[in-house]
Design a protein around this ligand. Structure first.
Ligand code: TRP
Ligand code: SF4
Length: 403
């Protein structure tokens, strides 16, 4: 079975090239290798923009259209919307009960964002709790890997702590001792005695060898003992290590190489700075926007030599151009051999070439928007099957599965 990857994106409407090169391109690559769950984090958008109800729906569908345009394949990847699965909220609530406030106050993005978004009142309960909501998003799918940017690494770390604490608090059922005894009985007297000896040795000295011997015995039992179940293995392994069953899975952040594309003015590409090129921007607009890009400020006249390191156009070449073109830019710029208009020409072509595929892929969905709705519908149901199973196990572990 392929390991599961989960990631989410806030619905910001049509995506721009910064989103594509910084995250989406990576998602498209991952879907070939992993079982991928990608979702629209609409509740997360509300943690900072809770009043923006009039744009939400359009933003959600525009973004999913861009996901598909970029090459996310709804047959391969499970695409869905967070708010369609109330299970996320249920897990968030249950995790909230035992999560110390300090864990959330210490998340670095908390203070950063409050400083950065000074014009918004972020002294809300939802904003403080949002990394825990993210933890619930991840844990509910028992994801092994979470592709996130550097800025979100602390959220994955929090998720791991939350899972560990949950397993510690609730991993052992009330009748744990009985279940262990039943599994030991299945092993037979000699093996059970041998197992207990290894467990004691590991507990007292932490000897890796004893742990390995105990694990090997469980693995052999799983292969050879009639009537052995995977639960028997879990209970005995928990018994061996002094832990319980792992109800929630500790995920790992997946840091992959992504290219950083700045905005047209050289600062971070962001809709609020008005320095973006949309993924499906009209070709003539792309032309106009790139032609207007500022260049090396010290290259005032065509005859002045320039320095690409001072020029945002060069940052784009680093993402879009091959080695030969990049050498032509370096050489031409530093010797005043080419003008900035010449320099921008191949860049415009490269961007438009990349965009052509996206524009074509999006066409049938724009002609029939229902198609996007169906894709989301299918993904939501696939996600629901997994989320329900986890919640069933979580409720049982917490003593909430009234029958
Ligand atoms: N917090 C992420 C962001 O703002 C979005 C997100 C929400 C997410 N839940 C997630 C990312 C779970 C990865 C996994 O970009
Ligand atoms: Fe920038 Fe190219 Fe002009 Fe040099 S020639 S300043 S790299 S646009």
């Amino acid at each position: 079975m392929r390991a599961r990857v989960l990631s989410g994106m806030r619905p910001t409407g049509a995506l721009h090239l910064g989103h594509y090169h910084g995250a989406l391109k990576n998602w498209v690559r991952l879907q070939a290798e992993y079982e991928c769950f990608f979702f629209v984090a609409d509740w997360h958008a509300l943690t900072t923009h809770y009043e923006e109800r009039d744009v939400m729906e359009r933003y959600v569908y525009d973004m999913v259209t861009d996901w598909i345009a970029a090459g996310l394949d709804p047959e391969q990847s499970t695409l869905f919307i967070q708010s369609r699965l109330p299970e996320h909220a249920e897990l968030f609530t249950l995790l909230a009960m035992g999560t110390p406030l300090g864990w959330l106050e210490r998340v670095p993005t908390y203070k950063d964002q409050i400083d950065k978004l000074k014009d918004r009142d972020l002294a809300t309960y939802g904003f403080l709790g949002y990394p825990l909501l993210q933890a619930a998003d991840i844990l509910i799918y028992r994801a092994s890997y979470v592709p996130v940017g550097e800025d979100q690494a602390s959220h994955v770390e929090l998720t791991r702590e939350v899972a560990r604490r949950f397993n510690h608090l609730y991993g052992r059922p009330v009748d744990f001792a009985d279940r262990v005894a039943a599994a030991l009985a299945k092993l037979g007297k000699d093996d059970a005695r041998y197992f207990e000896k290894q467990r004691k040795a590991f507990g007292e000295t932490g000897a890796a060898e004893a742990l390995a011997k105990g694990e090997n015995l469980v693995a052999r039992a799983a292969r050879e003992v009639a009537g052995w179940t995977s639960d028997d293995s879990e209970w005995l392994l928990g018994h061996l290590k002094g832990s319980g069953k792992s109800v929630l899975t500790e995920p790992q952040a997946l840091h992959t190489e992504v290219s950083k594309l700045p905005g047209l003015d050289g600062t971070k590409m962001s809709k609020s700075y008005g320095n973006t090129i949309a993924m499906r921007e009209a070709p003539d607009k792309v032309d106009a926007k790139v032609m207007k890009m500022p260049t090396d400020p010290q290259r005032v006249r065509r005859t002045d030599a320039g320095n690409p390191d001072r020029c945002p156009v060069w940052q784009f070449h680093k993402v879009y151009s091959d080695e030969a073109t990049r050498q032509w830019v370096q050489q031409g710029c530093t010797t005043a051999g080419i003008g900035c208009t010449d320099c921008k020409r191949p860049l415009i072509e490269a961007i438009q070439r990349e965009q052509k595929v996206w524009i074509e892929r999006a066409e049938p969905y724009l002609a029939e928007p229902k198609k996007i709705h169906w894709i989301i519908e299918m993904g939501t149901e696939r996600a629901r099957t997994v989320a329900r199973q986890t919640m069933h196990d979580v409720r049982e572990a917490m003593g909430l599965s009234y029958r």
